[in-house]
Design a protein around this ligand. Sequence first.
Ligand SMILES: [Cu+2]
Length: 247
Amino acid sequence: MKNLFTIGIALAVGIVLWGRQYANAAGSPAPDTATGNATVKGTVKFEGVVPAQKPINMAADPSCAKQHGTPVLTQEVMTDSKGHLQNVIVFVSEGLGDRKFDPPTEPVVIDQKGCMFMPHVVALRANQPLQMINDDSTAHNIHPVPANNREWNKAELPGTKTDESFAREEVAIPVKCNIHPWMRGYVAVFKHPYFAVTGKGGSFDLSNLPAGTYTIKAWHEKFGISTQTVTVGANETKTIEFVFKST
Ligand SMILES: [Cu+2]
């Protein structure tokens, strides 16, 4: 029985290998996997006096206010004690040439909870599903205001969800709620997988890059865009730092 099983496996492997050989012999060019082993990573910092986060007044909708013991603070500028800046989108803006990348089918999720968009900033791929969940007991009205994509505007009842997507690259689309004026988030859309949104430590990691010279940009909703050019070789890791300063 065991021998039969082994023979079966050997046969299956053989068929697969034979199939590959046949495909190669047919002259089809090796597929461009479009990725590599180079990495650009680093941190984003803010230098200067950090604008204070202000309490948000949710009195207009008591169902929102009562979900928070203490008022929620505005999320425009968020740093840690060392000035590492959160919610910065770091991405490759040039250098990938004609490479094409299929978008993932799993959605990126924005939760509407406590009448806030969570997370505040997200990034996803062109034509990747964006799922908006309403986890509140009140209705929301999601309204992205793109410059380079189709605008949509959808009411969403408590406990429901909506799937949408954006077709074109755009950094970044403001998203508002027509019912709660304090609700604001941002969605960045990319045609490639080389982007990151900084978390509490302000760090980013763009890995699996092909060797090359890249224009790397860092976008922040208040401080705008900062740009650097980096050259990375195969299997190489380069560390860079973006610094935004108060104006
Ligand atoms: Cu709302």
